[in-house]
Design a protein around this ligand. Structure first.
Ligand SMILES: *Cc1c(COP(=O)(O)O)cnc(C)c1O
Length: 357
């Protein structure tokens, strides 16, 4: 068994012992009453976290499965992919690979997607569906979802698909109020569950569109999810361990209280920001658009990030991330998602300092 390394990378993140114990409970049949009870017990709390009256569906896949599946369920015309980092850029690639006509709404990595840019493009017409990544995990940029949603409301025929994988439950996001048609999150980032499950919810508009689309396939067919949801089940055999872990995690989240959870993420994030200032580093994201669940730090001091993380791992059995894709080494990322506290983040920041040389 590998020695246990604490993960302060932005996903997968540390999974608590309580969650891991829940995850490894004995199996039950996925068509029986125990399963249905388990499924149903998670629904109201998931709906609260999504800010929706609609069902929240459970997909045994990582988030990308649903991100791709959404296109296959909904797209009838041209996709507009808002792009400002590795995950959002990839969504354009996925749109094209799935055979859809796609257009880039690209800004440089590190920048947010701004409402004026989106409005200008949508006014030109010819867009069927917009994809947005709320919190670009690769760059630590939080785009202004509320303002972008206001723009989308002026184009009620255009579908609004939002990935909240690394922001979900760390800041309030109300799907119904924002008019989001498809909201997607994953298990291993903000929710601090093991990797392997994705959660999503659909507007009525999305459901209606899906019913008219041919070639939805089976595994990610929205209508199958809906039909099975009526009986508190999933279309195919789900990762049952994930449901146990989810139920346990929802207990934690609502025991803490949402306001406390948001405040905890804000305060642990602030500790990281103070540390960045204190050591003369800069942020990769501009002020006002910085993620609250992770921090992407510009390596303006030119430290050897890889060697630093090796020392951290050797001495303190934990890791941060040395930068994603084309900004590897030029940046590093520190996650404060999940169960982290002021104590655990302060401890990490001390370890980071101690390992500078
Ligand atoms: C991690 C991540 C994904 C992809 O998640 P997978 O679990 O690898 O499918 C998508 N979007 C964002 C914003 C992410 O951080």
């Amino acid at each position: 068994m590998p020695s246990s390394i604490s993960l302060f990378i932005p996903g997968p993140i540390n999974v608590s012992k309580k969650t891991r114990d829940a995850f490894s409970r004995p199996m039950i049949g996925h068509r029986g009453n125990d399963f249905k009870k388990l499924y149903a017990s998670c629904q109201p709390r998931l709906q609260k976290l999504f800010g929706t009256q609609s069902p929240v569906y459970l997909s045994t896949s990582s988030a990308w499965g649903v991100m791709e599946g959404t296109l296959r369920n909904l797209v009838q015309g041209k996709v507009l992919n808002c792009m400002n980092g590795a995950f959002s850029d990839k969504w354009f690639d996925v749109s094209e690979r799935a055979g859809f006509q796609a257009e880039k709404l690209q800004v440089p990595w590190g920048n947010p997607i701004l409402p004026e840019l989106l409005a200008t493009r949508l006014k030109q017409g010819d867009i069927d569906l917009v994809t947005l990544i709320h919190n670009e995990t690769s760059t630590g940029v939080l785009s202004p979802l509320q303002e972008l949603a206001e723009v989308m409301k002026q184009f009620p025929d255009v579908f609004f698909v939002v990935d909240t994988v690394s922001s979900f439950s760390t800041v309030p996001i109300s799907m119904d109020d924002l008019g989001i048609d498809v909201m997607i999150t994953g298990s291993q980032k903000a929710l601090a569950l093991p990797p392997g499950m994705a959660f999503f919810s659909l507007s009525d508009k999305a459901m209606q569109r899906a019913s008219k689309i041919k070639g939805r396939g089976y595994y990610f067919d929205f209508l199958e999810f809906y039909k099975n949801h009526q009986a508190q089940m999933t279309p195919s055999t789900p990762s049952i361990g994930h449901l146990y872990a989810l139920e346990s995690k929802l207990d934690d989240i609502f025991q803490e209280g949402l306001e406390h959870r948001y405040a905890r993420h804000a305060s642990t994030n602030r500790l990281v920001h103070d540390w960045v200032h204190k050591h003369g580093f800069e942020f990769f994201a501009p002020e006002g658009y910085r993620s609250l669940s992770l921090t992407c730090v510009k390596n303006n001091k030119g430290i050897d990030v890889a060697a630093w993380i090796e020392r951290l791992k050797a001495k303190y059995s934990c890791i941060i991330d040395g930068g994603y894709g084309k900004i590897k080494g030029e940046t590093f990322r520190i996650s404060n998602m999940g169960d982290e506290t002021e104590e655990s983040i302060s401890q990490l920041l001390y370890w980071l300092e101690d390992c500078f040389s």
